[in-house]
Design a protein. Structure first.
Length: 277
């Protein structure tokens, strides 16, 4: 179920308090991470937004997004062995972190704009696309915007799926007209059940090799080749992990394995673009 309440960050909350302290009756701005704007009615002991009254929370932490859990404003984070947290960016569109490790690039542009450039490489319009590691769903959102016929997306981590229900920038499968199918599952196992040549294009954005080595294996790349139609495109995000510390060139290692699996592969953006032979 999607969350429809307010989302607070320190800049937004500071602006809300400044308006209250200035004696203003209302504050206008975004309470959904920049997706839209609205007006909150202010009083000394609370504020109202979309006909619901909220208290002013205590001090908020930087780099943290807060949601109303029914009793108080709480961080959008969960801990189940690892801390998974939705993190604001200067671009409004949030990223997320696992134990402090940023999962999406945000240094030069918003994670959604970054996803859009990568998705464009597989030309998703009118196609059936497999999104192996859905994350916050930005690949899927860009595919939907580009006119994809259908996108099948897998996400292994249930806490990441929970983040998606609170993130207004994550696409809602229920509002996609059936075009987005989101599955809670491990694609390294589920892919064996997908049909031969069942997809026109693939998007593969796995966690780094040290966390999910099975998603960089020759066996998995062989499966990607099996489910992709001939001449179909694959974009595989790699970044450049370990290059400085170990001398490994992960993108070129990935390209070699994809070639062996039946692709023509070349380096593109911060990953590998491959075409099924």
């Amino acid at each position: 179920m999607r969350y429809r309440g307010p989302l607070l960050t320190t800049p937004v909350f500071d602006a809300l308090l400044a308006a209250r302290d200035a004696g203003l009756p209302a504050w206008s701005g975004s309470l959904d991470l920049g997706r839209g704007t609205g007006t909150a009615t202010l009083s000394g002991d609370g504020w109202e937004w979309n006909d619901v009254r909220y208290p002013y929370p205590g001090k908020l932490k930087e780099r943290t997004i807060y949601w109303w859990d029914g009793d108080a404003f709480a961080p959008v984070s969960r801990y189940a062995g690892k801390l998974i947290k939705l993190v604001p960016t200067e671009w409004d569109v949030p990223t997320f972190e696992i134990d402090g490790i940023k999962m999406l690039p945000t240094s030069k542009e918003s994670p959604l704009d970054d996803a859009r450039r990568k998705v464009a490489l597989v030309q998703p319009a009118g196609k059936t696309v497999l999104d192996t590691c859905g994350g916050l769903g930005y690949f899927a959102a860009c595919c939907l915007d580009a006119g994809v016929a259908k996108i099948q997306s897998f996400e292994k981590n249930e806490d990441v799926l929970w983040l998606r229900t609170l993130n207004p920038w994550s696409p809602d499968p229920g509002a996609s007209g059936g075009r987005l199918q989101l599955t809670h599952g491990d694609v390294s196992q589920a892919i064996a059940g997908l049909p031969d040549a069942g997809f026109d294009a693939l998007l593969h954005d796995p966690p780094r090799f040290g966390i999910a080595g099975e998603l960089y294996s020759q066996a998995f790349y062989d499966q990607l080749a099996r489910v992709l139609k001939r001449a179909g495109r694959l974009f595989h995000y790699t970044g450049s992990p370990n290059r400085l510390t170990s001398g490994r060139d992960v993108p070129r290692e990935v390209a070699r394995r994809l070639e062996k699996a039946g692709f023509r592969a070349e380096l593109a953006l911060d990953g590998v673009l491959a075409v099924r032979r």
